[in-house]
Design a protein around this ligand. Structure first.
Ligand SMILES: CC(C)(COP(=O)(O)OP(=O)(O)OC[C@H]1O[C@@H](n2cnc3c(N)ncnc32)[C@H](O)[C@@H]1OP(=O)(O)O)[C@@H](O)C(=O)NCCC(=O)NCCS
Length: 190
C-alpha cells in the first residue's frame, strides 16, 4: 500500500468495538511534531524502558529535532493514529542507507500507543500500515530493536512474524539499571 504524506485513511478494520469509531491513520509530518513530542513524554513518564531514554533526556529533545525526524524524505514514513483528532499512537519505517545494496531493509521505529488507548488494536493497526508501506517499497526485511523487558511489544511483534536474531547486552542504562536491546527481524520477501 503506497500512501503519500497527505493521504488520509479512515481505517477501522481489525479494531475492537470500543475503538471502531473516530480512528484515523495518516502519515505524520513536521506540523505533528508538537503532538508527537507530547505523546512521547506521556509514554516516557509512564515507562521509560520501551523509549530507551530517561524522562530528563526526553524533555531535553527539541521541537526542531522532531520536525526534522517527521520530515525525512520519502519513502521514509511515520504513521499516526488519531482518536477524535488526538495523536494517540505511532509507528514509522526508515531506510538507513541510500545505497542499493541496503535498500532491501528498513528499520521500524517510533512504535507506541498512549497508555490511555491500549489493547484496542491500535498498535497492530499502526504496525500493519508501516509494514505495508515498507513492503510497497520493495523491502524484504523490517528490523527493529526493543529494550527489554517488554512482553507486550514482543508478543505483538511475534504475532506479526518478527523473530529474535540478536541481543545487545546492556544497550541502555536508565536510572541506574541496564536494559538489553533485543533485535528482531521480519522477512517479507519470498
Ligand atoms: C506495544 C504497544 C505498542 C501495543 O499497543 P496496543 O495498541 O496496546 O496493542 P494492540 O491492542 O494492537 O494489541 C496487539 C497484540 O499485542 C499484544 N499485547 C498488547 N499489549 C499486551 C500486554 N499488555 N501483554 C501481553 N500482550 C500484549 C497482544 O498479543 C495483542 O493481541 P490481543 O489483543 O489479540 O491479545 C503498547 O503496549 C505500547 O505502546 N507500549 C509501550 C511502547 C512500546 O513498548 N513500544 C515498542 C517499542 S520496541
Amino acid at each position: 500500500m503506497h500512501m503519500n504524506r497527505n493521504h488520509v485513511l479512515k481505517s477501522t478494520d481489525g479494531l475492537n468495538d470500543e475503538s471502531r469509531s473516530d480512528v484515523e491513520i495518516r502519515q505524520l509530518g513536521a506540523t505533528d511534531a508538537q503532538a508527537f513530542s507530547s505523546l512521547r513524554r506521556e509514554l516516557t513518564a509512564d515507562n521509560p524502558i520501551p523509549m530507551g531514554l530517561t524522562m530528563e533526556e526526553e524533555l531535553s529533545r527539541s521541537l526542531e529535532g522532531f520536525e526534522e525526524q517527521l520530515s525525512y524524505p520519502a519513502p521514509n514514513a511515520a504513521f499516526g493514529a488519531f482518536c477524535d483528532g488526538e495523536l494517540v499512537g505511532s509507528a514509522a519505517v526508515a531506510w538507513q542507507s541510500r545505497f542499493p545494496s541496503s535498500r532491501h531493509k528498513a528499520i521500524l521505529w517510533g512504535t507506541f500507543v498512549s497508555p490511555r488507548f491500549r489493547r484496542r488494536g491500535l498498535g497492530r493497526l499502526l504496525l500493519e500500515h508501516a509494514i505495508a508501506h515498507a513492503s510497497a517499497h520493495a523491502v524484504r526485511r523490517v528490523n527493529l530493536t526493543m529494550y527489554s523487558p517488554n512482553d507486550a511489544a514482543e508478543q505483538l511483534y511475534q504475532s506479526l512474524g518478527f523473530v529474535r536474531y540478536g541481543v545487545e547486552p546492556e544497550a541502555v542504562c536508565l536510572n541506574g539499571v541496564y536494559h538489553d536491546g533485543v533485535q528482531m527481524s521480519l522477512l517479507l520477501g519470498p
